[in-house]
Design a binder for this molecule. Structure first.
Ligand SMILES: Cc1ncc(COP(=O)(O)O)c(C=O)c1O
Length: 370
């Protein structure tokens, strides 16, 4: 029988069968090659490039270091236009490169950086745009590229949520100069901790590969002050197994999304994001937006109510990055400059979604919301 008091978290990793992992460990133990571009690392880069439909991929130890290195690889400086509605690592990656973030508001439909507001934020110091495909819904990539080309700006996508996302069958990761992915344990596809940069040329891949290995080119030459951001063989093995199962994971996530939509349809004051036409999704999150006046309860009250019932939803993304201590004094961080993001951050709640979430769990969650 279902346990009505079972604790349900916003996410839970789906591990591959242990018996399939053990032969990989045996291989690693036999070879005694643990990191530094090992065989499994190379195999994973090859398989992921094929799966994602991209030309070049460089694996990283996490998504944050991938973002930091992407900016370094393009020598981005000065000011970068970005969104306040994201995980804090997006802006931190700028800070670590001594770049000033310039926050621009989001659009209300998919909560991504609003291209219509970008040009007004460009100054002589602007060198790049760093948008985020929030919840895996692609940004308005063609419009962003048009603006970037017009003003000679780089585009680096934070694609942490965009694993497997395609527009008209083409990977969203092929847009922009570079895209950075996260393979953290909470993501649709995971290497426990991990990440990657997607790029378009072999030269750029070499450059990025060097940067993630202290800046070494060959044995004795250090060209740049690189970092250590390598993915090890044990995690690469985990990633190879995850890749085998990821289509099934996405299939299950889609079914969960559809069930939530069905059960929550018509609830007054509750909105969810609709499917984008022509987009293949990975269904990483299930966000809902609560209009307090219409719903009869605030988002925070609903969050607390769910918690009382052992359901741990998360307020992604609240507070806005622009409200955190390191960034709140920036002029672009003023709430007046970010009215939509400010409102959405008070309304948004991400409901539990993970492969092993049961239909009865979803019904229990929706029953409480009703
Ligand atoms: C939008 C976004 N950017 C960056 C990151 C950072 O990735 P990582 O945790 O792999 O460093 C995350 C998630 O963790 C994220 O959600």
């Amino acid at each position: 029988m279902d346990n009505p008091n079972k604790q349900i978290y916003v996410t839970q990793p789906c591990l591959p069968p242990l018996e399939e992992f053990l032969p990989y460990l045996q291989q690693i133990w036999d070879n005694k090659w643990l990191t530094n571009n090992g065989k499994l690392h190379q195999q994973l880069e090859k398989e992921l490039a094929g799966y994602l439909g991209v030309k070049y991929i460089s694996l990283f130890s996490n998504g944050t270091l991938a973002l930091i290195t992407a900016l370094q690889a393009l020598n981005v400086q000065g000011e970068v236009i970005t969104t306040p509605f994201s995980f804090v690592a997006t802006t931190h990656s700028l800070w670590w490169n001594k770049i000033t973030p310039v926050f621009v508001d989001i659009e209300p439909d998919y909560l991504n950086l609003d291209p219509a507001r970008i040009e007004a934020a460009i100054t002589p110091r602007t060198t790049a745009i760093m948008p985020v495909h929030v919840y895996g819904n692609p940004c308005q990539v063609d419009e962003i590229q048009r603006i970037a080309d017009k003003h000679g700006l780089r585009v680096i996508y934070d694609a942490a949520h965009a694993f497997g996302v395609k527009i008209d069958g083409e990977s969203v990761l092929n847009w922009g100069d570079l895209s950075a992915l996260s393979f953290h344990a909470t993501k649709v596809y995971s290497t426990i901790e991990g990440g990657a940069i997607i790029c378009h040329t072999e030269d750029m891949k070499h450059h990025i590969d060097n940067l993630k290995n202290f800046g070494f080119r060959g044995e004795t030459i250090v060209e740049e002050p690189g970092i250590n951001a390598k993915l090890n063989e044990v995690q690469a093995a985990y990633g190879l197994l995850q890749l085998k199962y990821v289509d099934g994971f996405i299939f299950k996530r889609k079914a969960i999304t559809e069930l939530y939509r069905k059960l929550l349809k018509g609830v007054r004051g509750l909105r969810f994001l609709s499917n984008m036409e022509n987009v293949t999704q990975g269904f990483p999150y299930f966000p809902i937006l609560i209009d307090e006046a219409e719903f009869g309860m605030s988002r925070d009250a609903l969050y607390a109510k769910l918690k009382e019932n052992d359901i741990f939803a998360r307020r992604y993304f609240y507070p806005l990055i622009s409200n955190f201590e390191p960034y709140r004094e920036l002029s672009s961080a003023a709430p007046d400059n970010l009215p939509i993001a400010t409102k959405i951050a008070e309304q948004v709640l991400c409901l539990p979604i993970y492969v092993e979430l049961q239909e009865s769990d979803i019904m229990r969650i929706c029953h409480i919301i009703h």
